[in-house]
Design a protein around this ligand. Structure first.
Ligand code: ATP
Ligand code: MG
Length: 581
């Protein structure tokens, strides 16, 4: 258990300005409570300072991560936050990373970036000095501030522009060696989640800006999570952005049309919602179109079932860097917004359809004419599909692509992600080693990111009640608060002081609320800050030789004989610590 500070903390001296009211611009629980409990303060959108209590939590989270990295042989170091632009040009990411990369010029007009991640820097660091297969594998990590100019910084520590990340990078001679370390890192990530007290799940994911193909995200389950997760009893779990699933569609085929291509007058019915209520049918019977443009100007219509959303990541794999067309661009290309369909399209427009639509022999879709849809549009007869692809975001209830059972949905906070990078960076940045066969080869790399500050918010999202935070003992700013109820009382105060000192001597992280405040204020703050145990010393109790113990997790109170209080609390703390090891 990472112990932060062996000294007794005193509330009378601590800088911990707790807030009674919810701050106005805080939307999610963790954001509200971390501010109210005086863990942090906002500096700018997505930028926070950590106050003494918050820093203690941060240090504990870091230490748990450190222990789990050291345990699997990763070595701690620290790399600079400032990175020369040249390195990013070498990897090719200077241009593709976009406005999220915070860039600046020095006084000599040399370009730099603030580190959002560190693949470039570490590859350049090792490429001239890690030379032989005999020195491999190597895994290096650091815990450090990262910078991303997020388009929507929000939810406090969940999506910041400045945040702490643990990032590790590994170098291998063989894929087997990479796989081995990737598995070790994944296991370490699971242990970190457990030690932080998180309810979590590993999911299949997309590798995004980082690159590579094999990757797993570690999700803390929480309603405030920005990620949708789909999972199944068979063990399948994936980020909804990439999850594969199967679902059935229902053909719309009114009797009178006999399945022939039929135009339907749908005045001002330009959305799927309006269309389904107009015809009293299910969204699963409709096909919608999205107009996209590639960098070279090529226009592609993506067709997906009206019941599902387009998965932007899947579409981007197919049409790298595509954008949705503006109203003017659509008009210029001869497309009719709200009424697009595959029949009678201008020649140059490509048609790509979601694989699920293969099951639908006749489509109900736009007629490419204002205020009209068509029913009975038959692929192969009335129009051609240029290619089929998996394009839609799977929904809870869709069938698991592994076993066919209905998928379940959950929301998650991505606290960590591990990637097999392969040779993406070692090739672009020419980092190689001499292998056993005497040949020069590119390193096979892995990288492993953990959101340190984000995971603090994730812990709070899972551990709170109406009164405040309920820290798991592993990351609590201290383990026990001793609350004397009558300040200045000649019996209460010295007794509380001596309990606090005895506990501190035994290595229990203790804090005494020695402020000249009413009992109610002390109780409220103790609950809000979320110390795991509260030892309450009152005049009436002392007269009978007892003190009160409140366990924050259950909010249950019990009485202890004064003579046994230190032993009992020590026993409880040690047991609680063990359950997080
Ligand atoms: P997201 O999809 O949430 O934007 P990401 O996949 O871009 O995150 P990675 O590049 O995988 O993030 O970074 C590693 C870890 O750093 C993430 O798993 C997450 O915990 C954390 N992280 C990333 N972006 C932020 C942010 N803006 N604020 C706080 N933590 C972040
Ligand atoms: Mg990620």
């Amino acid at each position: 258990m990472p112990l932060i500070d062996a000294r007794l903390l005193r509330m009378s001296q601590l800088y911990a300005p707790t807030l009674k009211e919810d701050p106005v611009d805080a939307e999610v629980i963790s954001h509200k409570l971390l501010l109210r409990a005086a863990m942090m303060r906002k500096v700018a959108a997505g930028v926070y300072s950590f106050l003494p209590l918050g820093l203690r939590v941060l240090r504990k989270v870091e230490q748990i991560i450190r222990e789990e990295q050291d345990r699997i042989g990763a070595q701690e170091m620290i790399m600079s936050i400032i990175q020369p632009a040249e390195l990013w040009h070498e990897s090719g990411r200077w241009d593709v990373y976009g406005p999220e990369l915070m860039r600046f010029l020095d006084r000599h007009d040399h370009g730099f970036a603030l580190s959002p991640t560190q693949e470039e820097l570490i590859t350049s660091l090792v490429r001239d000095e890690l030379r032989s297969y005999r020195e491999l594998p190597k895994s290096l990590y650091h815990i450090q501030w990262k910078y991303r100019d997020e388009i929507r910084p929000r939810f406090g520590l969940l999506r910041g522009r400045e945040f702490v990340m643990k990032d590790a990078y590994s170098f291998h001679a063989t894929q087997e060696s990479l796989q081995e370390h990737y598995d070790e890192q994944s296991a370490a990530y699971g242990r970190i989640c457990d030690r932080l007290g998180l309810d979590w799940r590993p999911v299949e994911a997309d590798s995004g800006q980082i690159g590579g193909s094999v990757t797993t995200e570690f999700m803390a389950l929480a309603e405030a999570g920005e990620d949708g997760i789909l999972y199944c009893d068979c063990g399948f779990a994936a980020n909804a952005e990439v999850a594969l699933a199967e679902f059935e569609l229902e053909e719309y085929r009114p009797h009178e049309t006999n399945g022939e291509l039929t135009k339907i007058h749908t005045p001002e019915i330009a959305s799927i919602e309006e269309l389904t209520s107009f015809l009293s049918i299910d969204k699963k019977s409709t096909v919608k179109a999205l107009a996209t443009k590639s960098a070279d100007g090529a226009v592609t219509l993506l067709f997906i079932p009206g019941s599902h959303d387009l998965a932007a990541i899947k579409a981007d794999r197919l049409l790298p860097g595509f954008t949705f067309m503006t109203d003017e661009e659509m008009e210029g290309a001869g497309l009719v917004k709200g009424f697009m369909g595959p029949v009678g399209l201008p020649d140059k427009v490509r048609v790509v359809a979601d694989s699920s639509l293969r099951e639908l022999s006749r489509w109900l879709t736009g007629a490419n004419e204002s205020d009209y849809h068509v029913a009975g549009a038959k692929p192969g007869r009335d129009f051609e599909v240029d290619s089929w692809a998996d394009l839609s975001v799977a929904l809870p209830g869709d069938a698991c692509s592994v076993c066919g059972l209905p998928l379940k949905g959950a929301r998650g906070i991505e606290v960590g992600q591990v990637f097999q990078l392969g040779t993406k960076y070692s090739e672009s940045m020419q980092a190689s080693f001499m292998d056993a066969d005497g040949l020069e080869k590119h390193f096979i790399m892995g990288c492993y990111g953990w959101g340190v500050t984000r995971s603090i918010a994730a812990v709070v999202e899972q551990h709170y009640d109406d009164n405040g935070i309920i820290w798991p003992i592993s990351v609590a700013p201290a383990e026990v608060v001793i609350i004397p109820l009558a300040s200045g009382d000649e019996e209460v105060e010295p007794t509380a002081e001596s309990l606090a000192e005895l506990l501190t001597e035994r290595g229990i992280e203790s804090v005494i609320d020695d402020r000249d405040e009413r009992a109610g204020v002390k109780f409220n703050d103790a609950d809000l800050i979320g110390w795991p145990y509260q030892l309450i010393v009152g005049k009436r109790g002392l007269a009978e030789g007892i003190v009160e113990l409140k366990t924050r997790v259950t909010n249950e109170k019990s009485t202890l004989a004064l003579s046994e209080a230190v032993d009992t609390v020590e026993g409880l703390v040690l047991e609680a610590r063990r359950s997080y090891l």
